[in-house]
Design a protein around this ligand. Structure first.
Ligand SMILES: Nc1ncnc2c1ncn2[C@@H]1O[C@H](COP(=O)(O)OP(=O)(O)OP(=O)(O)O)[C@@H](O)[C@H]1O
Ligand SMILES: [Mg+2]
Length: 309
């Protein structure tokens, strides 16, 4: 068996708080997951659940306060300086808003070439790579001479994807990369991600609050709730037969076209919310006894039994 590309074990992330002797505030409370080479792990959860924080921890942008993250078997939890810079070749990122992540005064060609030149590529080789990348993401060659503002949102996101692909990474953290796009553009950009993965074997951690997007792109899905992974499994299992009441509610929150069906779903969602509140009151109790992780892996029935015992 080959080792996973990325493995998080008991990962905790805590941000420092300003003020004298104030303890750091823990956002991610000990999560376990892995990502295999060439695989997409979707991370779904409501706003503030800690999705971005997990991605940032892998990128070395958020402080790991417990547990570990390995990449290709090596512990990168606290990689800094040269070790972290070396990882930039393997681990890249695409954010939600390409406009703020692209330098508005640099041509697309410069934007794409710069990181390669920093890594010591010679100019001709970098120029050739830039043209290859533009082609790969479906942009015309003359895009290289243009500025970000001359592109639509979807095209800018293609530029951001090209930039992430430039060094030939093995993992891309995709943090809500299609959330700012209209629905039809979302679909074409998602298909581009899938095609690129098929051609290059890159793995994705694909973060989204939108279960439809997650379902389209992921092989496996982790559901995050208040800094804990409450359900993790194949996309089919998690989205067709969710075991956790929170996941069930997330599924019901996705809108449908028929108003009567929509009303029924809303009623079901409210019912589940009450059930969930009862359950998670219990989860917090269990967490204090230090067995929350085990609880997250059990089925709801076993879980409720454990809570009520
Ligand atoms: N640099 C920081 N310092 C302190 N707290 C932070 C910092 N960044 C995020 N947080 C807090 O961590 C929690 C989780 O934030 P995070 O951005 O990971 O959520 P998210 O699931 O990505 O939400 P969204 O869907 O809105 O992007 C939030 O309560 C947020 O306020
Ligand atoms: Mg986020």
């Amino acid at each position: 068996m080959t080792a996973p590309l990325v493995e998080a074990t008991g990962l905790k992330v805590a941000y420092p708080v300003s003020g004298f002797r104030r303890p750091p505030v823990e956002i991610v409370h000990g999560v376990d997951f892995h990502i295999d080479a060439g695989e997409t792990l979707g991370i779904v959860g409501e706003s503030g659940s800690g999705k971005t924080t997990i991605g940032r921890a892998i990128l070395g942008l958020a402080p790991v306060s417990g547990g570990s993250i390995t990449f290709d078997g090596a512990d990168i939890s606290h990689a800094a300086g040269a070790a972290r810079r070396a990882l930039a070749k393997d681990i890249q990122v695409v954010f939600q808003d390409p406009y703020s992540s692209l330098n508005p005064s640099l041509t697309i060609g410069r934007t794409l070439a710069e990181p390669l030149l920093v890594q010591g590529w010679d100019k001709d080789k970098a120029t050739k790579r830039v043209l290859e990348l533009l082609d790969r993401v479906g942009l015309p060659k003359n895009a290289a001479e243009r500025l970000p503002r001359e592109f639509s949102g979807g095209q800018r996101q293609r530029v951001a994807i090209a930039r992430a692909l430039a060094p030939g990474p093995r993992l891309i953290i995709c943090d809500e990369p299609v959330s700012g796009l209209d629905l039809s553009t979302q679909a074409t950009v998602l298909d581009l991600f899938i095609e690129i993965q098929r051609d290059t074997g890159v793995a994705y951690m694909f973060i989204s609050h939108d279960l439809a997007v997650i379902r389209h792109i992921s092989h496996r899905v982790g559901v995050l709730f208040r800094g804990e992974i409450v359900e993790l499994g194949t996309t089919a299992a998690v989205t067709n037969d969710p075991q956790n009441p929170y996941t069930q509610r997330l599924l019901l929150a996705a809108p449908v076209a028929n108003p009567r069906a929509q009303r029924a779903r809303r009623a079901e969602r409210l019912r589940l919310r009450e059930e969930q509140e009862a359950t998670y009151g219990g989860l917090e109790k269990l967490a204090r006894r230090g067995i929350a992780r085990a609880a997250a892996e059990t089925t709801p029935r076993q879980f409720r039994k454990a809570v009520s015992s």
